[in-house]
Design a protein around this ligand. Structure first.
Ligand code: CAA
Length: 240
C-alpha cells in the first residue's frame, strides 16, 4: 500500500514541486494551501493531486484539515512542512504584524501541523517529517529579521524533535534551500535579486525540483538512519 504524504503550501512554488515529486515516487499526496484558490484548482486539474485549504497558522484549522485528509487518504506517514511567507522590511521599519505573521506561519505552523500528527506516527512506529527551512535561517538576511528568526527556529525544532521521534521510527529533518526560482524570490526587487544571484557560485537560482528531490530522499526508507540533519541546497552560496 502506498504511503500518504501531506505537503503544506503544496500547490505553488517549491511545495508544488515536492507534491508532484512525491506523487511520482508512488505516494498518495495531499497538498494543503492557505489562500490562492485559483492556483490550487489549476494545480489539481494539472496533477490530479487533491488540495485542501486551511492556514497552518491556525492550530484548530490544522487539526480539522488533517482529519479531512486522513478521512480521504488514510493516516499521514510523511509530513512536509513547506508553507512559508515573507514580510521583508529593514528592522527599523518592521511592524509587529510583519513579525507576528511570519512567526505564526513559518515557525508556529510547524508545531500546529506536526503536533496533531505526532501521536499517530508514534503509534504506527513510522513517520517522516521534513521541514523546509532556509539559507536565511542559517546565515541571516538583511530585511528578514522575522523570517531568519523563524527559519532558524525551524532548525532547532527539527533537532529537538528528531531526538524524541528516533525510537518511534520517526525521522525529522530540515532542508535549507537557497534562492530558488519561485514567485517569492521573484518578488525581491530586481536589482537586489541580481546582486544576490551574483553571490551564488553555481551562477543561477535553484530549481524547485532541486529541493523536491531532497524531500523524496528524506521520505524514503533509504533515509531511515538520517534524522535531525539539515540538508543545505543553495548552489554554494553559504557553506555550513
Ligand atoms: N546589506 C546592507 N545594506 C543593504 C542590504 C544589504 N543586504 N540590502 C539593502 N541595503 C540597504 C540599501 O542599500 C539602502 O541603503 P541606503 O538607504 O543607504 O540607500 C537600505 O538598505 C534600504 O533601505 P530602504 O529604506 O530603501 O529599504 P526598503 O524599505 O525598501 O526595504 C528590503 C528593503 C525590503 C530589505 C529590500 O532590500 C529587500 O527586499 N531585500 C531582499 C531581502 C531578501 O533577500 N529576501 C528574501 C526573499 S526570498 C526568501 O525569503 C526565500 C528564501 O528562503 C531564500
Amino acid at each position: 500500500m502506498s504511503r500518504v504524504a501531506l505537503v503544506t503550501g503544496g500547490s505553488r512554488g517549491i511545495g508544488a514541486a515536492i507534491s508532484v515529486a512525491l506523487k511520482e515516487a508512488g505516494y498518495k499526496v495531499a497538498a494543503n494551501y492557505a489562500g490562492n484558490d485559483e492556483a490550487a484548482a489549476k494545480f489539481t486539474a494539472e496533477t490530479g493531486i487533491p488540495t485542501y485549504k486551511w492556514s497552518v497558522a491556525d492550530y484548530d484549522a490544522c487539526a480539522e484539515g488533517i482529519a479531512r485528509v486522513e478521512a480521504d487518504l488514510g493516516p499521514v506517514d510523511v509530513l512536509v512542512n513547506n508553507a512559508g511567507i515573507t514580510r521583508d522590511a529593514p528592522f527599523h521599519k518592521m511592524s509587529r504584524d510583519q513579525w507576528q505573521a511570519v512567526m505564526d506561519t513559518n515557525l508556529s505552523g510547524l508545531f500546529n501541523m506536526t503536533h496533531p500528527l505526532w501521536p499517530g506516527m508514534r503509534e504506527r512506529k513510522f513517520g517522516r517529517v521534513v521541514n523546509i527551512s532556509s539559507i536565511n535561517g542559517q546565515k541571516g538576511q538583511f530585511g528578514q529579521a522575522n523570517y531568519s528568526a523563524a527559519k532558524a527556529g525551524d532548525i532547532g525544532f527539527t533537532k529537538a524533535l528528531a531526538q524524541e521521534g528516533a525510537r518511534a521510527g520517526i525521522t525529522v529533518n530540515a532542508i535549507c534551500p537557497g534562492y530558488i526560482a519561485t514567485e517569492m524570490v521573484m518578488a525581491v526587487p530586481e536589482k537586489v535579486r541580481e546582486s544576490i544571484i551574483s553571490t551564488i557560485p553555481v551562477g543561477r537560482l535553484g530549481d524547485p525540483a532541486d529541493i523536491a528531490r531532497c524531500v523524496v530522499f528524506l521520505a524514503s526508507d533509504d533515509a531511515g538512519f538520517i534524522t535531525g540533519s539539515t540538508i543545505t541546497a543553495n548552489g554554494g552560496q553559504y557553506l555550513t
